[in-house]
Design a protein around this ligand. Structure first.
Ligand SMILES: Cc1cc2nc3c(=O)[nH]c(=O)nc-3n(C[C@H](O)[C@H](O)[C@H](O)COP(=O)(O)O)c2cc1C
Length: 179
């Protein structure tokens, strides 16, 4: 099983990476191939809304989204991982999501149809409501893209420079087993 992680945090040693690593380790133990994409380090231009991609799935912009797109097409499982930025995903992840319009064809059928998807999020507030707008956005997006939402873990109350609470790591390990 091929997995690609769209990692939307700019921090390789921050909060979100901790739950991402727990999922990645759990999946590797099950024999999955896991590819991590540090979106912050990639060149992803904003979608220009020209719809030139719709007929063939080829975007006019020549940047790293070409490879990201290929890895997503080649994967069985796609992981969207992000800190909450103003009640939504980070800009790094949102740029990649917008460019994902190229996964739709003329009939609004999805070139990603049938793949599984998981979301992982962290935030600072000690309140799970904080995740709701992003969760709603993910669900509607995945419905349109024909992706099967296979689970999510949200870790609130994250403090910069501190370890994520064990309960969230446990939740992620459980999710990795269940997928
Ligand atoms: C631009 C920005 C916006 C943020 N917006 C929110 C927010 O709306 N709610 C919240 O609880 N935390 C917010 N945070 C805090 C981060 O979600 C939190 O610190 C997260 O765990 C950081 O993950 P990271 O270490 O992987 O980058 C924000 C942080 C930044 C930098």
């Amino acid at each position: 099983m091929e997995t690609v992680i769209l990692f939307g945090s700019p921090h390789r040693d921050g909060n979100t990476i901790q739950i991402v690593n727990a999922l990645s380790d759990g999946l590797k133990q099950k024999g999955y191939n896991v590819r991590m994409l540090y979106l912050n380090d990639l060149n992803i231009r904003p979608c220009q809304g020209c719809y030139a991609c719709i007929p063939k799935g080829t975007c006019k912009i020549n940047d790293d989204m070409k490879d990201i797109r290929k890895y997503m097409i080649d994967s069985d499982l796609i992981v969207y991982a992000t800190p909450v930025y103003w009640y939504g995903p980070s800009g790094q992840l949102k740029l990649a999501m917008d460019r994902g319009i190229s996964f739709l064809d003329n009939e609004y059928s999805s070139r990603l149809k049938g793949k599984k998807v998981v979301t992982l999020m962290t935030c600072a507030e000690d309140n799970t409501d904080t995740f709701q707008p992003a969760l709603d956005m993910f669900k509607k997006t995945f419905d349109l893209l024909g992706l099967e939402y296979a689970g999510s873990v949200e870790a609130p109350g994250c403090v910069v420079g501190k370890k994520i609470k064990k309960e969230f790591i446990q939740k992620v390990k459980k999710l990795a087993k269940a997928i």
